[in-house]
Design a protein around this ligand. Structure first.
Ligand SMILES: [Ca+2]
Ligand SMILES: [Ca+2]
Ligand SMILES: [Ca+2]
Length: 252
């Protein structure tokens, strides 16, 4: 009987310990869940709502703001991005800068420091549906630079590259994807890295004008050049397997 009593008491102690442990774990899990559960606080709609507007087709964080891509239209073009502050209030809208009715502007959005990046996968600037990406000053909404597809497909629009399908900043550089690019095989895709080139050893500077970070003033051209004028941006071979030369346009 004594042995049975000892076992029973030991069993009770173990049971109580297990219950206390389970309760403790349950409280911990509930506390963790409460800390990680989000709740809806605001629903944001397009400032230019319309059927087929696809507001929210792309999203990106831009500092303490965020950027929303859409197919919203103004009087002349469709394709827009909308910049919101951290409370979800509209800061500004930027519509496609090209006269093309629909260029896919806003299919992708990204940011690099204080700059905004927008992909336009069907942009015709470099050829039919060749695609393009745009760099805007986040503080002013001014267009600063246009990145054109370096390998526009002669078979477009039936063999599009979708250049601008994704855009993002990478440190001080820019990445633009073209998932249907064919240089490595049909629709094998490519990603382009764009970086500011160093000054040429020949003394002719290929460096683009400095982009102002907060001012709306247009950048000054390098000495000895006129502005605006197309310039070449080169991706160093060390940064990519293939050397591409990009046509760059400052402003509009
Ligand atoms: Ca087009
Ligand atoms: Ca191509
Ligand atoms: Ca293709």
């Amino acid at each position: 009987m004594k042995s049975i009593f000892r076992m029973s008491r030991r069993s009770s102690v173990v049971t109580v310990f297990a219950i206390v442990t389970l309760l403790s774990l349950t409280v911990s899990i509930e506390t963790a869940q409460a800390a990680t559960q989000f709740r809806l606080v605001k629903t944001i709609i397009s400032p230019n709502p319309s059927g087929g507007g696809f507001f929210g087709q792309s999203l990106a964080v831009a500092g303490d703001r965020f950027l929303v891509g859409s197919r919203d239209c103004n009087d002349t073009v469709c394709g827009a991005v909308h910049l919101f502050d951290s409370d979800g209030n509209l800061v500004r809208s930027i519509f496609a800068p090209t006269p093309e009715g629909f260029s896919g502007f806003g299919d992708s959005v990204g940011a690099m420091g204080g700059y905004l990046l927008v992909g336009a996968t069907l942009d015709d600037t470099a050829g039919p549906d060749a695609g393009a990406a745009y760099l805007f000053d986040g503080a002013t909404g001014d267009l600063l630079q246009t990145f054109l597809n370096p390998n526009p497909d002669p078979g477009a629009p039936f063999s599009r590259d979708f250049f601008g399908n994704s855009v993002t900043g990478f440190g001080d550089d820019v990445l633009v994807s073209a998932p249907d690019e064919d240089i490595a095989g049909d629709d094998a895709g490519a990603v382009y890295l764009l970086t500011e080139p160093p000054a040429s050893s020949s003394g002719h500077s290929l460096a683009p004008p400095q982009i102002p970070s907060t001012s709306s003033a247009r950048p000054s051209p390098p000495s000895g050049t006129t502005s605006p004028s197309p310039q070449d941006w080169t991706i160093p071979r060390s940064r990519m397997e293939v050397l591409y030369t990009f046509s760059m346009e400052i402003g509009t």
